[in-house]
Ligand binder design. Sequence first.
Ligand code: SAH
Ligand code: DHB
Ligand code: MG
Length: 243
Amino acid sequence: MAYSILGRGPMDHDKWTPDETSQDKWTAVDRYFSEQLSLSDPALDAALAANKAAELPAIDVAPNQGKFLQLLALLVGARSILEIGTLGGYSSIWLARALPAGGRLITLEFNPKHAEVARANIARAGLTDIVDIRVGAALDTLPKLQTEITEPFDLIFIDADKPHNAEYLHWALKLSRRGTLIIVDNVVRDGAVIDVASSNPDVQGARLLFEQLAAERGLSATALQTVGTKGHDGFAFALVTAG
Ligand code: SAH
Ligand code: DHB
Ligand code: MG
C-alpha cells in the first residue's frame, strides 16, 4: 500500500479521515481566517444557505479558497474565466467578482437542479450579466464552447467529476493561450492520490491528471496540499507556457 512509504502501514483510503482533534483545529483556523479577513458577505452567505435548503452537497470551495481563486484571477488580470463544475455557484461568485467591466465567466454544470440553484445565487450576487451557466455534461458542452469562443480563456477552474480530470485538462489546453492559468481542485483526497492501487475512480482521475501534467510540454505545473474545513485535499496549478 502506498501509505507504507510514510511508515503508517496499510490503510483503507476511502474510510480514512484525520483524527478529530486535527480536523477540529483546521476548521477553527479556517473560521478564524474567515472572520479576521471578512471572507463572507450577504450574497455568499445566501448562496450557501440556498445550497443547503436545496440539499446540494456541501462541497463548495471554502471561503479562504474562494478568495484565493479570486486573487489568482486578479493576478493574471483575467477578463474571461471558464469553470467546469458549478454546483451552487459559490466559487463562480468569488471568481466572477475578480472580473473587470465587460468580463465574463462561463460555468459548466451537469445537474439542472444545481444550475437552477446557482442561477438564483448568482442573481442575488448581482452577477447575472457576467456569469453564463451552461447545463449539460461538460464533455458535451466543451466542444460547442470551442466553436463559439473567439478568444481563449485567461483562467480555467476545473472542479467537476474527478474521473474526467485528464480530459478536462485536455480541453482546457484547447481553450487556452500562453499565460492562461489552469487550476484543478481536489487532487489530494486525504492523501489517497499516492495510492497506485486505489480502486476509487476519483483517485485514479487525480493520478491520470498528474500523468498528463507531467507529459504536457507546454505547461509549468505544481500542486499544493491544503487542510481546513474541507479536510486534507489540494489544488494543482498549471501555467500554459506554449501556444
Ligand atoms: N465549483 C463548485 C463546486 C463544484 S462540485 C464550488 O466550489 O462552489 C462539482 C459539480 O460538478 C457538481 O455540481 C456536479 O453536479 C458537477 N458535475 C459532475 N459531473 C459533471 C459533468 N460531467 N459535467 C459538468 N458538471 C459535472
Ligand atoms: C467532492 C467534490 C468537490 O469538488 C470537492 O471540493 C470536495 C468533494 C466530492 O465529490 O466528494
Ligand atoms: Mg472541489
